[in-house]
Design a protein around this ligand. Sequence first.
Ligand code: FAS
Ligand code: PHB
Length: 389
Amino acid sequence: MRTQVAIIGAGPSGLLLGQLLAKHGIDNVILERQTGEYVLGRIRAGVIEKGAADLLDEAGCGTRMHREGLIHDGIEISFGGARHRINFKQLIGKSVIVYGQTEITRDLMDGRSAIGSQTIYEAEDVSLHDIGTDKPKVRYSKGGQVHEIECDFIAGCDGFHGVSRKSIPTDVLKNFERVYPFGWLGILVDKPPVSDELIYANHDRGFALCSMRSPTRSRLYIQCRLDDKVEDWSDEAFYEELKRRLDDEAIKRLQPGPSIEKSIAPLRSFVAEPMRHGRLFLAGDAAHIVPPTGAKGLNLAASDVYYLWQALVDFYKKKSSAGIDAYSARALSRVWKAERFSWWMTSQLHRFPESSGFDQKIQRSELEYLVSSQAAMTALAENYVGLPY
Ligand code: FAS
Ligand code: PHB
């Protein structure tokens, strides 16, 4: 088989890139190791920056997001028993959309089917070859047979555990990482949200986040120990701990119900440089990971895809390599700003097991300064809604 761009991974990065390339007449094939149902079963991000929303519109897959997504003009930061609103609309005139990653993935899958582009699910043993030449290849197994795809470019959109980043020579790749000493235990429940907007809570017992997917479906998180297991936490235990970390008003509005999904996500900051090697380009979680505190993971995948899509269109339509040559530096510039913001949000809102009394006083003063300063709230707002592409 031959295509112009072979995309590894049918998560948001791969599907969004595939849709944008196809809309501009650039042939592409997606190889995904799981089934489509498995991909849709992963519950992940919930907040969409305007830049990412605009890209979904450009891909022709934004209709349902605008119909069902919730426009949020701010968030609330809770500490010391009180909540403080960060009003994005008033501070910087912008908003975010609350719309689950699962729905975005579904919309992109439907969009891809509608244009007839090929996604090969359950592709096993994917391997990349000749990425340093102008004739790279991808091999995979399916149905007991080995298949080969000849292409011009490979887009590694296969997430943190994928094969693409590992295909870059170790003497070329430089990894930067910080692993946090805690995780997030999250549940999905068909009960109305605790508040109209997201509540990020800093508490002596640990972080909590009250988010949502719709007016009738909540997404709730508590910081948990690294060695916690999902089976350690009954729904009742989860709600009891969540209540200990929320303010009185939120506790009153919390409606416990049976969890329809429960999972623990470890938290890490990670960046691999460069995001390009020869004809292989990394995008999304394949290249970087952020702690979800800043709601940046999915949104960074979108800006990577924007830069890569533009670069590939220039290559094919304008015969210019300027975009592909600039891709890694351009993407990394925005990636590191989002890494900084996600690290900062995580540092201010979580209880670090080894933190000293001094550390805790500094953390509290950071939060008190934040909610008392227009400048500090504006800085948070412009990062949360998304820095320019
Ligand atoms: P993905 O990991 O979503 O997709 C990669 C795809 O590649 C997968 O479908 C995988 O099956 C496939 N793949 C992997 N290896 C392959 C191979 N060898 N061959 C073929 N296919 C292969 N972000 C937020 O903003 N907020 C959150 O709350 C949040 N929570 C998260 C919770 C968890 C547990 C995780 C892991 C991530 C979370 N994220 C969150 C970040 C998440 O939303 C990612 O940023 C987003 O999924 C990135 O999308 P992709 O880059 O497409 O990677
Ligand atoms: C979510 O709704 O899953 C969510 C929202 C904001 C975050 C992280 C996760 O910062």
